[in-house]
Design a binder for this molecule. Structure first.
Ligand code: FES
Ligand code: MG
Length: 567
């Protein structure tokens, strides 16, 4: 890649200004002759997970300088899960566009992507895939374990579990508030196997990040050393012109789906991986996830499916040791950003605790975590994280109790007069990509308070929403097409019978087709959530969950060239 060389050596006023204005920052000819490495920093004070990114960025810069590059940091929008309304997912594509366009517009020869919190990693990989400039991803790392009175706590699996206890009256207000003090106690992203831990590990499985990117805690010095090593490495990738499209191949996506299942990872990856792949012209149909899930055991004993957390997984050998254990199921010869293959990257890794990283012949669960369902209620598919579901509900028939959207849910869920029994099926409509808007993480909505007080802790819940990777329960998600665009989910009414059959991958609405046609004729789409601005653009162009919720016009890539320069 010689984009910076072209930029600095242009004739006439263009080259003159490029050099003169760069000199204003204190750089001289010797530095301008080096490969220019952009560091895409998603630091923000409205993103707790990235609070350490200034230091992380300095560590990357040191590595770039050591390898003879010129590091130049630039900002892109930061998606902090906790601070964004209505949901961070609404902005993932905006972040991907920001990343792609800034890579494209600036005279850089390679880019280091600093990511962490849930949507930042897929957004960065989507943007980098479409720009196809040499790139390497550095995650911020997971938080340390939470603590409370001798118990290890995890954000946010335990946020949900303890809130359910509080609502059920088994945890008092004072204790509930006291737990806030110690559950989230360091920089970094959520330390259970949520979306952030999942996606930062999948970046490693895809070959786009260094070994143990997924596992090293945010505050561990080895995270800084990984960042410095990545800084050194990107200079070589830029010199050699090795692009993301050469790393993120169909084999790499196979590897990522195997690792996703072995992690018992977040269901959000079933949206993000197809979105990244589409940027590279690779289709990942939902059935691919199901096929791989059926032959991949869960070997990471990490919450919400398992017992431990990312910090423990790191001390047990890390994501590198986990990938090594999975090699019989992986394309070990896939190239990676290290310049070595995936198998070579993890050669030295060893499992230190076989209860946390299980051997393939003694897994936590024999099948992967994620099953794909089809049926007349989800003609284009739906998913369930069966590993985090209640075994007795995996084959279940029940009466539908329907909520028309989030406002209806909030108004009636805890109504003592709500007609609901423990073996009913709770249905939530209008929370998909368009209806949400932004497909919020509300699929794991709470059980009615009166049933919680009776001791019920799980029920079948069905929606077109997503759920947090840290959540658990018998929860059917991503129903496609979604209800707001007229999918069959929109036609479900109170009292209908619904059948969930996970072993046979079925989701059936037992209502007469003629009756469904009658309801369809009477159906009215909900009012659009936005009339202008980015929200309007989003509603016009967002695809359904099986296509990754990307915008239709963002498919594919448009690789940058050495000649393409801003004027
Ligand atoms: Fe950022 Fe959980 S809030 S990963
Ligand atoms: Mg999350």
């Amino acid at each position: 890649m010689n984009r910076s060389k072209t930029f600095f050596s242009e004739s006439g006023v263009a080259g003159f200004t490029h050099r003169a204005f760069t000199r204003s920052m204190g750089y001289d000819d010797e530095e301008m002759a080096r490969p220019v490495i952009g560091i895409c920093n998603t630091y923000s004070e409205l993103n707790n997970c990235h609070q350490h990114f200034r230091e992380l960025c300095e560590a990357v810069k040191r590595g770039v300088l050591e390898a003879g590059g010129l590091p130049l940091e630039f900002p892109t929008i930061s998606l902090g899960e906790i601070f964004l309304n209505p949901t961070s997912m609404l902005y993932r594509n905006l972040a991907a566009m920001d990343t792609e366009e800034m890579i494209r517009a600036q005279p850089i020869d390679g880019v280091v992507l600093l990511t962490g919190c849930d949507k930042t990693t897929p957004a960065a990989l989507m943007g980098a895939a479409s720009a196809d400039l040499p790139a390497i991803l550095v995650g911020g790392g997971p938080m340390l374990n939470g603590h409370f009175r001798g118990q290890i706590l995890g954000a946010c699996t335990d946020c949900r579990r303890l809130t359910a206890e509080y609502r059920a009256g088994t945890l008092d207000e004072a204790t509930y508030r006291e737990i806030e003090d110690g559950i989230v106690r360091s920089p970094g992203h959520c330390m259970v196997m949520g979306t952030a831990s999942t996606m930062n590990t999948l970046a490693e499985a895809l070959g786009m990040a260094l070994p143990n990117n997924g596992a090293i805690p945010a505050v561990d010095a080895r995270r800084l050393r990984l960042a410095t090593a990545a800084g050194r490495r990107i200079v070589h990738l830029a010199r050699e012109g090795i692009r993301p499209s050469q790393i993120m191949t169909p084999e790499a996506f196979h590897n990522a789906i195997v690792v996703l299942n072995a992690l018992g990872g977040s269901t959000n990856a079933v949206v993000h991986l197809p979105a990244i792949a589409r940027r590279l012209g690779i289709e990942l149909p939902l059935e691919r996830f199901d096929q791989i899930s059926r032959r991949t055991p869960v070997i990471a004993n990490v919450r919400p499916i398992g017992r431990y957390q990312m910090e423990d997984l790191y001390y047990a050998g890390g994501t590198a040791a986990l990938i090594k254990e999975l090699l019989p199921l992986l394309h070990g010869d896939a190239p990676t950003v290290t310049g070595r293959t995936l198998a070579e990257n993890v050669q030295q890794a060893t499992v230190q605790d076989a209860d946390i990283i299980r051997p393939l012949d003694n897994p936590l669960q024999p099948e992967g975590g994620i099953a794909v369902l089809r049926g007349n209620l989800a003609p284009d598919g739906a998913i369930i994280k069966q590993g985090a579901a209640s075994p007795h509900l995996l084959q279940h028939r029940g009466r539908a109790v329907v909520f028309r959207g989030m406002d209806d849910l909030r108004a009636r869920l805890d109504d003592p007069n709500l007609d609901v029994k423990p073996d009913d099926v709770l249905v939530l409509q209008n929370v998909g990509p368009v209806g949400g808007p932004g497909m919020p993480e509300v699929g794991n909505f709470s059980i009615p308070a009166k049933l919680l007080r009776e001791g019920v802790r799980d029920m079948v819940r069905i929606s077109d929403a997503r759920m947090s990777g840290t959540a658990f329960g018998t929860i059917v998600l991503h129903v496609a097409p979604e209800s707001a665009v007229g999918g069959p989910l929109a036609l479900v009414q109170d009292g209908d019978e619904i059948e969930l059959d996970v072993p046979n991958r079925r989701l059936i609405l037992h209502v007469d087709p003629a009756e469904l046609e009658r309801r369809r004729a009477a159906w009215q789409p909900p009012r659009p959530a936005f009339r202008r601005g980015y929200g309007w653009l989003y509603l016009q162009h967002v695809l359904q969950a099986p296509q990754g919720c990307d915008f239709d016009f963002l498919a594919g890539s448009d690789p940058v060239t050495a000649q393409e320069q801003p004027k």
